[in-house]
Design a protein around this ligand. Sequence first.
Ligand code: HEC
Length: 413
Amino acid sequence: MRFILFLLLYLAPFTAISIEEDLNSLENLFVEKRCITCHVVGRGKFVGPDLYDVLSKYSEEDILQWIQNPQAIYKKYSKMPINDGYPPMPYMNVDSSEAKRLLEYLKRTKGLVRKNSRVKISGTIKNFSENKLLDSQEVQLEFVMADKVKNTEKQITNNGNFIFNNLIGNIAYRIKIFYDGIEYSTDKFYFLPRENNKSVDLIVYDSTQKIKNLKVNSSHLIISYDEDSESIVIAEIINVENQSRNIFVGTNNFSEKIRKINSYALFPGIENLGFPHRSKETFIVSQENVIDTLPMPPGNRRIVLTYAKQLNFFSTTISKVFLNDISSLTIIVPENKLSFTLDGLEYIRKEAGIKELEDDQYSTYSISDITKGQEIKLTFRKYDLFFNTKSVIGIIFILFMLGIFLYKRFKKT
Ligand code: HEC
């Protein structure tokens, strides 16, 4: 008897926790599978119908079908959409065990939410540059549905605080501030069915046009060789830091309607320039450089460029003149595949087995304290100049022709 009591006492808190945890993980699935971007539970219509009454509307099989494969529902009832005034529900790529968990979530949530409950968004706005709360600042709340702004509400901060009360909750929200020439915006956000309050703390900065606080701390050129296209492919990673407490908005005049934050040199003649981490529209690209146009808050920014260069038959040189001081530049080259020489700057060379790039033997070239105006030259040569298949076939062909020629000459005489 004592033993049983002991077990119960110990299990009780664990079971309570595991049920709570489970509901949170079901809730995460509702977010992860994007249901939250179209449905609420108990707060009315959104992009799709309120799921509060869905359990009395359909059998469990039908609900699972809705979640996994709405097309099957449309087929079964020969109607699309089922609910008038809504678009059809898209296929959401949910497997059957996930669908069961989402059904479980809808069942449990219904008992936990109050129908038509309202929501609240409160928060503070802080000016980072002056390290104080921002008073009398206008804050705009946008009501967003399917990427369209349906409504807005405005408020002025009181001691840096704002509260938007009594909101409907069956829509997405976004907060915007316009401060010292810059617009700040949150991402769209949604309320979970059990969630009634959200607190959002925002940071703004005073702007500056002084470029002296901008430092390029490091830059990496990661080079790989694509044997099929006989091209080198380069990923260039530039780490730049704004060391001030203000947002840097570029040195140019805004009447140009574009902010020129900083320029970075390109190797002329490269191909397929891409920006894998950001949209291309946020840069101005020319033959010799790229200009970043996004205002830079205090702290670090990483700029990533990728490009390629087709190698010539003998050797290929690319060079550029740096537009910034750079504390450290590292070049990583697969020297087992390419011959490489670096000219123009002093460097330290190391053979390195890099974990992430296991199957290749890389060398690293490290250069310190580059100053603006210095030039770098990279020269590449293919190793297989005389031993690749094309050359071998060519040589055999020449020998063969020579053989025929000599044979004919020999026969004549
Ligand atoms: C892009 C928006 C969108 C997303 C994302 C979405 N749905 Fe839907 N859903 C709809 C629309 C619109 C309908 C109504 C379609 C109709 O009536 O034919 C609907 C209908 C439903 C229904 C039937 C509701 C009723 O009252 O008839 C259920 C259940 C449902 N969705 C569950 C989910 C779940 C669970 C997820 C997440 C895996 C999800 N939906 C994701 C838009 C969406």
